[in-house]
Design a protein around this ligand. Structure first.
Ligand code: TXA
Ligand code: MG
Length: 354
């Protein structure tokens, strides 16, 4: 398959015609898979109402089919055709956070979506992305669009068109290149069909932002380390992983430097991923400064690009420094721990994995 790349300005003007967007929307409408930018990560889109179109997503990504997909919309007017009802809590969240990085779980209307989108569940995850290109594309296409992240299954999510091209060139019909994404980690998935609502995946909208808006919110207990089967089917797979084994570290800078040296004395080339404040006084074989500790949104923005950077280097092991579990730090830690396959190195703790 030939993969076409269309370059468009991120700030498309709603009132202008863009031949690239028209062409991509036509292909989407006709059942092809098209990657496009959102404010979180690039998505791989297909018509959510067509079995054949949605199959193309799973084939291109190599994604397990028991993992349901998020449906993307450009207008809240579409909701009445897609879900049975919008409860008051969801309505308040929509008013505050859409368009934006929040996916809400609704009871789906029967007979609308391909079963492949919802993996046989009675519910569907829906979000409205805060990206002018995504919104223009969907408006031109006039279909609800199923879109997981546009990476090969198991790899870090793509935050630029180059990442999508690297993973999926030849496997999809096209890529709409609208530049780098902003938030850098995926949307928060929140289930409002239960009381209180439950976070199934931490993401771009923080726990604190949600509770400020709607009061008490639960967190899926399986998101804690040591826990059992996740409720959000996608959370059980190893994700976001670089080629070399990655360990999440927790300890003093002195201990971290000694740990790096110990691996090097063992003949290993060591990569280190940490905020710039730490990187600036550390030594390793390959250093990646990922954002700033005093503004974790910068770390989220660069996280996947930083993890991917190690794949071009001959490192044997990657150490990634943990960040504080507040605000977007919760989503960053969730992705790091998954990239590590739950392997930790902790100061004064002889366990290397949980
Ligand atoms: O930011 C994002 O959300 C990106 C961009 C492209 O929009 N999309 C994304 O989609 O991350 P995906 O398919 O990679 O992640 C979907 C997540 C999975 O964890 C899946 O299990 C969960 O949402 N999910 C989807 N539908 C669900 C449902 N009905 N019930 C529970 N979890 C659901
Ligand atoms: Mg994904």
């Amino acid at each position: 398959m030939i993969t076409t790349m269309w370059i468009v300005d991120k700030n498309v003007d709603k009132n202008k015609d863009y031949p690239q967007i028209k062409k991509a929307a036509q292909l989407l409408h006709d059942g092809h898979t098209i990657a496009f930018p959102t404010e979180t990560v690039y998505g791989l889109g297909a018509d959510a109402t067509s079995d054949q179109a949605v199959s193309g997503i799973f084939k291109a990504k190599g994604r397990p089919s028991d993992n349901p997909l998020i449906v993307h919309i450009y207008s809240t007017n579409q909701l009445s055709e897609l879900v049975q009802y919008v409860d008051n809590t969801s309505q308040a969240l929509i008013e505050q956070f859409w368009p934006g990085p929040l996916t809400l779980i609704f009871t789906k209307k029967q007979g609308v979506f391909s079963d492949k989108v919802t993996a046989g569940l009675d519910t569907v995850g829906i979000r409205m992305p805060d990206h002018p290109v995504a919104l223009a594309l969907m408006e031109a296409c006039q279909k609800p669009i199923a879109a997981p992240s546009a990476n090969r299954s198991g790899k870090p999510s793509p935050t630029s068109a180059a990442h999508v091209y690297y993973d999926l060139n030849g496997r999809i019909a096209g890529i709409v290149d609208g530049g780098e994404t902003g938030v850098g980690v995926e949307s928060t998935v929140l289930d409002c069909t239960v009381t209180p609502p439950m976070i199934l995946r931490p993401g771009g909208i923080s726990y604190e932002q949600l509770t400020d808006c709607i009061g008490p919110v639960d967190v899926d207990p399986s998101l804690e380390e040591h826990a059992g089967q996740p409720r959000s089917p996608g959370m059980k797979y190893t994700h976001y992983a670089p080629v070399a084994p990655l360990y999440v570290t927790k300890g003093s800078d002195l201990w971290l430097q000694e740990t790096i040296v110990a691996f090097q004395q063992d003949g290993k080339k060591v990569g280190l991923l940490a905020p710039v404040e730490t990187i600036s006084h550390m030594q390793a074989d390959f250093l990646v400064a990922c954002g700033r500790e005093d503004d974790l949104s910068t770390t989220a923005h660069s996280l996947y690009e930083s993890i991917r950077a190690f794949d071009n280097e001959a490192v044997d092991i990657i150490l990634a420094q943990s960040v504080e579990m507040r605000g977007i730090g919760v989503a960053i830690m969730n992705r790091l721990v998954k990239a590590a396959g739950h392997k930790w190195l902790i100061e004064n703790n002889d366990k290397t994995s949980f």
